[in-house]
Design a protein around this ligand. Structure first.
Ligand code: SF4
Ligand code: SF4
Length: 512
C-alpha cells in the first residue's frame, strides 16, 4: 500500500488526536468491485472514490491520494490491519471503498432489484389511440384506427385495481399516451373521471401525466389540467420553427381549419400556458439534421420565460434513435453518442443555474444506486394498447406479438398475445452474464430491458459507454471539483474488473 493520504470526505471529520480504539479488524479488506476513482483535473488534485453500490462519495487529498486510487484498482490488493491509519481505514470502510474479503457484493444489489420490482409505484399507461394528426419521419409507431372506447373503461378501472392490489401501493399514476392521446379527448374525460372516482373510493392517491404533440388541446387548458390532475406534460420539439414544422408536419387532410397552421406555433402557445399550472418537460429531439437548432431553441425557450415560470419547465435533450423494431432505419441516422453528449454539455452550460436539464440516466443529476425499476419491469405497472392488448413497455404498443395479455372483453385479444411474458417476469440484470460483472450495475441495472429482449447489442454497448464517459463528470461535480475530472473516460478494464476476461474479450473498441 502507498503512504496514507488525508481524507476530506464531507462525511468524515478530521482524524481526532486520540482516536478511540479500533474495533476488531476481522477478515482482511479488499477494494469493492463497485468502486470508481475520479481525480480532480487541476490543483489541489483530490481524488473522489465513488461506490456505485452505496452512492457514498469519499474525497481524499494529500500527496498519496493519487497513489491510493491506483492501488485500489490493482488486482489482488489486500489491506491488513495496520496498513492504513485507523481514521482513513474507517472512512474507506464506511464509504464502501473497502469491504471484507469474501463479501458477496452482488447479493444486496439482487435483493434491492427484486424488491424494487414489487414496490415501484404503479403506472398505468393508457394508449387512447394509435392515430396521430402528425407524420414525423422518425415515428416508431404503426398508425392505425385502433382506439379505446367508452365501453372499455370498466375493464381499465378493473385492471388498475388489480395492479394496485399486487403490492403495498396507495397511489396510481395514469400516463395518457398515443398516437396523439388528445385526439380521443372525450375518452380521456370519461376514463379519467372513472379512474379518479375509483381511486377516491379506494383511498388511493391519483395523479396523471400526458405525452402530447401539443397541437390539439382543448380551449380550457388550465381547467383541463386541473380536472384531470395532470402533474406533468411532455411536449416535443424538433427544432426552431422551420425545422419543426417540416419534421412535425400535418398528415394529409389533418391540418386544422382554425388557429395557427404551424405545429411549432401551436406547441409554443400551449407551453406558454402550461408552465403557469403544471410541470412541462420540453423534449428536444435531436439528430444530425437539426443539431444546429438546439442552442437557438434553448435561447428561445429562455426568452419566453419557460424556465422561470410559476412551474419552471424542465429541458430534456433526446437523441432520435432506433426506439423499436419498426424504426430500425433510425440506426443509420442517429447521432453518435459522443456527439449527443457534446450537445448535452453545451445545453447544460447554456442553462447552468437557469433550468434543470434532465438526463434520462440520472434524472436528478447524481448517479444514485437504483431503488426503482422502469414501468416495464414494475409488477404493478401496465401499458394498455389502443388495440385492447396489455404490453409491458410503451414503445412496444402496436407491435404484433409483443403483448403479454389481453384486456377482458375485447374479442379475439388473447389470440394476438405473444410469447414475451416470461422474459419480463424473469429479466434480472444482476444475473445477466455481462451486467452482473459490471461496475456500473447498481446505478444502471442493465439500462433498457427492451434492448435486452431484442438482443440490441449496439444499444447495450452504448449504455456502458455512457457511464464510462459521463460518470467522471458526474462524480467530479458531486465532489465539488471545480476544474472537473482529470479522466475523460473510465477504462473498460475498470467497468469489468469483476471479470477481467470480459474486458479483454471486448477489446479496444470499448464495448460495454
Ligand atoms: S423497457 Fe426500456 S423503453 Fe420500455 S419503459 Fe423500460 S426503459 Fe423505457
Ligand atoms: S453499463 Fe452495460 S453492462 Fe453495465 S449494467 Fe449497464 S447495460 Fe449492463
Amino acid at each position: 500500500m502507498p503512504p496514507a493520504p488525508r481524507s476530506t470526505a464531507p462525511r468524515e471529520a478530521e482524524p481526532a488526536p486520540a482516536p478511540p480504539p479500533a474495533p476488531a479488524f476481522g477478515p482482511a479488506l479488499v477494494p469493492s468491485r463497485f468502486l470508481v476513482a475520479v481525480r480532480e483535473a487541476a490543483e489541489p488534485l483530490r481524488v473522489a472514490l465513488f461506490s456505485t453500490a452505496t452512492g457514498a462519495l469519499t474525497v481524499l487529498d494529500g500527496v498519496a491520494a493519487d497513489a491510493l486510487a491506483d492501488a485500489l484498482y490493482a488486482p489482488g490488493l489486500l489491506v491488513a490491519e495496520g496498513d492504513l491509519a485507523p481514521a482513513l481505514l474507517s472512512t474507506l470502510r464506511r464509504g464502501g471503498v473497502l469491504v471484507p474479503q469474501g463479501t458477496d457484493e452482488l447479493a444486496p444489489i439482487q435483493e434491492r432489484y427484486r424488491r424494487a420490482r414489487g414496490e415501484t409505484p404503479v403506472v398505468l399507461t393508457v394508449t387512447t389511440t394509435m392515430d396521430c394528426n402528425l407524420g414525423c419521419y422518425y415515428c416508431y409507431e404503426a398508425r392505425s384506427g385502433a382506439r379505446l372506447e367508452t365501453r372499455d373503461i370498466g375493464a381499465i378501472v378493473a385492471l388498475a385495481r388489480e395492479r394496485l392490489a399486487l403490492g403495498p401501493h396507495r397511489a396510481l399514476h395514469v400516463d395518457w399516451y398515443g398516437g396523439e392521446p388528445l385526439l380521443e379527448r372525450g375518452f380521456v374525460e370519461a376514463a379519467s373521471r372513472a379512474l379518479q372516482d375509483a381511486c377516491a373510493a379506494d383511498g388511493v392517491r391519483y395523479v396523471a401525466s400526458i405525452i402530447s404533440n401539443g397541437t390539439d388541446w382543448p380551449e380550457d387548458v388550465e381547467a383541463f389540467v386541473a380536472r384531470h390532475r395532470i402533474r406533468q406534460v411532455q411536449i416535443s420539439f424538433d427544432g426552431m420553427q422551420a425545422n419543426h414544422d417540416k419534421r412535425r408536419r400535418w398528415r394529409r387532410g389533418r391540418a386544422p381549419q382554425q388557429g395557427p397552421a404551424s405545429t411549432f406555433a401551436r406547441a409554443v402557445a400551449l407551453v406558454d400556458r402550461l408552465v403557469r399550472v403544471t410541470r412541462v418537460d420540453v423534449r428536444f429531439n435531436v439528430d444530425a439534421g437539426n443539431r444546429d437548432d438546439v442552442l437557438p431553441f434553448v435561447a428561445f425557450a429562455r426568452a419566453r420565460g419557460w424556465f422561470d415560470a410559476p412551474v419552471p419547465a424542465v429541458f430534456q435533450p433526446a437523441r432520435l434513435a432506433s426506439y423499436s423494431e419498426t424504426s430500425r432505419f433510425m440506426r443509420r441516422r442517429e447521432l453518435p453518442l459522443a456527439d449527443f453528449d457534446a450537445i448535452r454539455a453545451e445545453v447544460r452550460a447554456a442553462l447552468d443555474g437557469v433550468a434543470v436539464v434532465e438526463e434520462s440516466e440520472v434524472p436528478d443529476g447524481f448517479p444514485h444506486p437504483k431503488t426503482s425499476v422502469c414501468a416495464a419491469l414494475a409488477h404493478g405497472s401496465a401499458v394498455l394498447g389502443a388495440d385492447g392488448l396489455v404490453y409491458r413497455c410503451g414503445l412496444q404498443v402496436g407491435e404484433a406479438g409483443r403483448a403479454v395479455s389481453a384486456m377482458p372483453g375485447r374479442s379475439g385479444g388473447s389470440a394476438r398475445v405473444g410469447t414475451d411474458a416470461g422474459f419480463w417476469t424473469d429479466f434480472d440484470p444482476t444475473q445477466a452474464p455481462t451486467c452482473s460483472a459490471c461496475t456500473f450495475l447498481p446505478i444502471c441495472w442493465g439500462g433498457c430491458p427492451k434492448k435486452h429482449l431484442e438482443g440490441d447489442r449496439h444499444a447495450l454497448d452504448e449504455q456502458g459507454r455512457y457511464w464510462r464517459t459521463n460518470l467522471p463528470r458526474l462524480v467530479a461535480r458531486a465532489a465539488g471539483f471545480a476544474s472537473g475530472p482529470a479522466e475523460d473516460e473510465i477504462p473498460l478494464a475498470v467497468q469489468f474488473r469483476a471479470r477481467p476476461g470480459l474486458a479483454e474479450a471486448r477489446g479496444s473498441d470499448a464495448r460495454g
